[in-house]
Write a protein that binds this ligand. Structure first.
Ligand code: RET
Length: 272
């Protein structure tokens, strides 16, 4: 007989106590709440003079990244979106209750499409490629959430991990192969290249951390894993968004003349 499953709601107070008793884990969450708050204020200020429709769309998409992040980290720090999961046989911590910050994976479903949308608009891509990249990205996050939440079978956790990686490969293909060509035609190659590199390198860190962390092979503890995600988030969200918004604010004319569809109506870069 397997142990009865404890409803998530019943464990909320206990989970909050466990988070607060782990100073390092707690700090990894609150650091991001503070940084997301500062980023929101900074980005609102940076976008205050952005007027054209396309540049404003990029700006709002980018601003949504720290907005989702502050809500996400508040959910984690309050214990609302952290569960206590009993790991299945085969897992390094089989039979033990492990803190699972499932809210992270859930909110990535909202934040990462905003990053993809901003990058796609910057590259001047067409709707079908944008749709592909965004839906593949959502697929990656939802199946990643499933991999984290499954407690019935160790194998199935990794099956979902594999499915999530397959979705991720599609996202990487668009970022590394399709959009650089579109960005070259749109005259946004330089900034797109920088943001693409930052995104690809940091995003690769997430599945590696998941595999090494408490939900995968459990080589890292809960607090170390949480710090890993928090540090990756700082680069992939706030640094990324800052670089993008700074460029958009200074190159609004270029953004506005970008025509969707590779090779159609290529604009010249104001950076030249
Ligand atoms: C998981 C585990 C399953 C396999 C893969 C993953 C990839 C996650 C990524 C997350 C990026 C998150 C960002 C959040 C910003 O708000 C779900 C860890 C491939 C790439 C950038």
């Amino acid at each position: 007989m397997t142990a009865p499953t404890v409803p998530l709601q019943a464990t909320q107070t206990e989970v909050l106590r466990m988070i607060q008793e782990n100073a390092s884990l707690n700090a990894s969450l609150w650091v991001n709440i503070a940084l997301a708050g500062l980023s929101i204020l900074l980005f609102v200020w940076m976008g205050r003079r952005v007027e054209s429709t396309r540049a404003r769309l990029i700006w709002v998409a980018t601003l949504l990244v720290p907005l989702v992040s502050i809500s996400s980290y508040a959910g984690l720090a309050s214990g609302l979106t952290v569960g206590l999961l009993t790991m299945p046989a085969g897992h390094a911590l089989a039979g033990q209750e492990v803190l699972s910050p499932w809210g992270r994976y859930l909110t990535w479903t909202l934040s990462t499409p905003m990053i993809i949308l901003a990058l796609g608009l910057l590259a001047g891509t067409d709707r079908s490629k944008l749709f592909t990249a965004i839906t593949m990205d959502i697929g990656m996050c939802v199946t990643g959430l499933a991999a984290a939440l499954i407690t019935s079978s160790y194998l199935l956790r990794w099956v979902f991990y594999g499915i999530s990686c397959a979705f991720f490969l599609a996202v990487l293909y668009v970022l590394l192969v399709e959009w650089p060509q579109d960005a070259a035609a749109a005259g946004t190659s330089e900034i797109f290249g920088t943001l693409k590199l930052l995104t690809v390198v940091l995003w690769l860190g997430y599945p590696i951390l998941w595999a090494l962390g408490s939900e995968g092979f459990a080589l890292l503890g809960v607090a170390t894993t949480s710090w890993g995600y928090s540090l990756l988030d700082i680069g992939a969200k706030y640094v990324f968004a800052f670089l993008l918004l700074r460029w958009v604010a200074a190159n609004e004319r270029v953004v506005e003349t970008v025509t969707t569809g590779a090779g159609v109506g290529a604009a010249t870069s104001a950076d030249d």
